[in-house]
Design a binder for this molecule. Structure first.
Ligand SMILES: O=C(O)CCC(=O)C(=O)O
Ligand SMILES: [Fe+2]
Length: 327
C-alpha cells in the first residue's frame, strides 16, 4: 500500500519487483524489512521467545495455546490502519490482483457479514513483515519440529484476514484448518491467530474444542462441511457420538495483540459479532520445510504451479524462520 522505491525500502536486501499491475509485490522479498521494529540481535534474545515446556505440554494436550502476547497496542493500531485500507479496496484496484482470495462477505448473508481474504502479505509491507515476527516464528518452529528435534525450518503457507463488522458480524463455522489444506502433505502445519482488538463473548471471540486435534478419519482430517463458514453447527453432521459427547467449546478471550496458536486438526470457530465495534483478526499459516504439493493444480490463485510431489518453496512460500539465524 505504501509506494517506495526498492532502494528506500530494502537497502542491501533482496531485489524488489513490481508485478504487471504496477504496484509493489512484497512476495518477492523473503525477509523482514523492519516495519514492526528491529529483530533480535543476540542468541539470548532469540531464546527469550521460546515457548516453555509448560506451553508445549499444553499444546500437546489441548491442541492449542492462547494469550501469548506478540504485538503492542501501537503495532496493532498500525496494522489496523492497513486493514482499513484493505477493507476499503475497490474491486477494480490493482491490489486485488495480488490477493489469493478476497470475499467481501463469505457467508452471502447480509445479517452475518464475514470478510475473509488471503494474500494481503503481497500488498502490505506491515502484513508482510508480520510473517517474520520472531515471537511467532520461534514458537512455530518449536511446535512444528519433528520427533527428536527442538526446532525446525518454518515456511510460510498463507495468511488470512477475518473481519466481522459491528452489529452484524458473521460466524466462522466450526472447522479443522487442515480439512482445507490436504492439497499439501504431510500434515505439518500450524495456525497463529492474532487478535487485533480484544476478543469477547459479545464480539465473537475464537472458541476451541480442547482435545479435538486427535479427531481424524484414518489419519485424515474431518471432511469440509461448509466452504462458506456460515453454517456454524454443520460439522456436527459428521461427528461420531464420542466426538459429540466431547464437543465442549472453550472461548478464548484474547486481548489486543495476543495470539492463539493451534494444531491443524483442532476444531475451532466463532460466533457472531453483535457488539458496537468491529472484530478483526490476522491469521498466519505455516508449515515445516519439506512439505510438498499433493496436486498438479494451482495451490493458491495467482501463484505458480508447484506440481504433485514437489517441495513447496519459491516466491510464495518463503522461509519464515531458520534455526541457524538464532546464533
Ligand atoms: O476469526 C475467526 O474466528 C476464525 C479464525 C480461524 O478460523 C483461524 O484462526 O484459523
Ligand atoms: Fe481456522
Amino acid at each position: 500500500m505504501e509506494q517506495h522505491s526498492a532502494q528506500q525500502l530494502l537497502g542491501n536486501k533482496q531485489p524488489y519487483e513490481y508485478k504487471d499491475c504496477g504496484i509493489p509485490d512484497w512476495s518477492t522479498v523473503h525477509s523482514d524489512t523492519g516495519s514492526l521494529g528491529s529483530g533480535p540481535n543476540s542468541k539470548e534474545e532469540w531464546n527469550s521467545f521460546k515457548l516453555t515446556d509448560r506451553e508445549l505440554n499444553e499444546f500437546n494436550r489441548s491442541g492449542y495455546i492462547a494469550n501469548k502476547e506478540v504485538l503492542t497496542a501501537k503495532q496493532c493500531d498500525a496494522i489496523l490502519s492497513e486493514y482499513e485500507k484493505i477493507l476499503a479496496l475497490r474491486s477494480d484496484s490493482p491490489e486485488m490482483s495480488l490477493f489469493y482470495e478476497y470475499h467481501r462477505n463469505q457467508s452471502n448473508d447480509p445479517d452475518n457479514v464475514l470478510m475473509h481474504a488471503l494474500g494481503h502479505w503481497r500488498v502490505s509491507r506491515l502484513f508482510h513483515d508480520l510473517i517474520f515476527h520472531p515471537k511467532v516464528t520461534v514458537a512455530a518452529s518449536q511446535l512444528l519440529a519433528g520427533v527428536g528435534e527442538e526446532l525446525c525450518k518454518v515456511r510460510f503457507w498463507h495468511d488470512q484476514l477475518f473481519a466481522k463488522p459491528a452489529k452484524h458480524g458473521g460466524v466462522v463455522a466450526w472447522h479443522q484448518d487442515y480439512s482445507y489444506w490436504t492439497r499439501t502433505v504431510p500434515m505439518r502445519h500450524l495456525t497463529v491467530h492474532i487478535a487485533l482488538e480484544d476478543q469477547t463473548l459479545e464480539n465473537g471471540c475464537i472458541h476451541y474444542i480442547p482435545g479435538s486435534h486427535n479427531w481424524n478419519r484414518d489419519g485424515e482430517p474431518l471432511p469440509v462441511t461448509d466452504f462458506n463458514f456460515g453454517d456454524m453447527e454443520s460439522i456436527k453432521t459428521i461427528l461420531t457420538d464420542e466426538e459429540k459427547a466431547n464437543f465442549k467449546p472453550k472461548p478464548c478471550l484474547l486481548k489486543k495483540g495476543e495470539v492463539a496458536i493451534h494444531h491443524p486438526l483442532t476444531v475451532h470457530g466463532s460466533y457472531q459479532n453483535r457488539s458496537d465495534n468491529p472484530r478483526r483478526a490476522a491469521v498466519l499459516n505455516y508449515f515445516a520445510d519439506g512439505v510438498k504439493s499433493n496436486t498438479d493444480e494451482l495451490l493458491l490463485d495467482g501463484t505458480f504451479k508447484i506440481g504433485k510431489g514437489k517441495r513447496m518453496d519459491g516466491q510464495f512460500y518463503p522461509i519464515a524462520f531458520d534455526p541457524l539465524s538464532m546464533t
